[in-house]
Design a protein around this ligand. Structure first.
Ligand code: ADP
Length: 169
């Protein structure tokens, strides 16, 4: 059974086999977690993302999918980039958000990772309500059947931390 832990802070300061990036489909950087990953991880990560765009991911990474690169200077073996859905009031995109967690763990399993750090995907610029984002994250990880030993949710602020804490209790 995977152990779920919570930390409040900056995910780019974490030590883990895999750090998950809340990327956008271009894979070429953005704000929030994505900006921090590239800033602190250094240019090797962007170079690896460019190489992906030049090969298998010519059109970018689809929403709900995940792909691994080097972690550059981060204290991690790999960064797994995943693209969360933008929150919509009209359309239920929950399955895509669940897919981000599931696919990231599938890639982490392929890499033999024992520890994986996740941000609260889609709950920043993409506008997903934090309570629902926490629910989907925790439910999906619990149901995943991953071989990963520890999934660590790294929450940027107190509100996000409280939402995950309530969901775990
Ligand atoms: P998205 O575009 O998927 O919404 P964001 O990066 O904008 O992604 O935000 C996702 C979540 O990560 C938000 O809850 C945001 O507050 C949080 N966040 C932003 N920067 C960091 C960071 N450096 N470490 C951990 N969490 C972060």
């Amino acid at each position: 059974m995977v152990r779920i832990t919570l930390v409040q802070g900056d995910i780019t300061a974490e030590k883990a086999d895999v750090i998950v990036n809340a990327a956008n489909s271009s894979l070429l950087g953005g704000g929030g977690v994505d900006g921090a990953v590239h800033r602190r991880g250094g240019p090797e990560i962007l170079a690896a993302c460019r190489a992906l765009r030049a090969s298998r991911y010519g059109k970018g990474l689809a929403t709900g999918q995940a792909v691994a690169t080097t972690a550059g200077r981060l204290q991690a073996g790999h960064v797994v980039h995943t693209v969360g859905p933008v929150w919509s009031r009209e359309e239920d995109r929950s399955a895509l958000l669940a897919s981000c967690y599931r696919e990231s763990l599938r890639v982490a399993d392929e890499l033999g990772a024992r520890t994986v750090a996740f941000p609260a995907i889609s709950t920043g610029v993409y506008g997903w309500p934090i309570d629902d984002g926490a629910r989907i994250a925790v439910e999906t990880v619990r149901a995943s059947g991953t071989a990963v030993e520890e999934v660590r949710f790294v929450l940027f602020d107190e509100r996000a931390y409280a939402a995950f804490e309530a969901r775990l209790a």
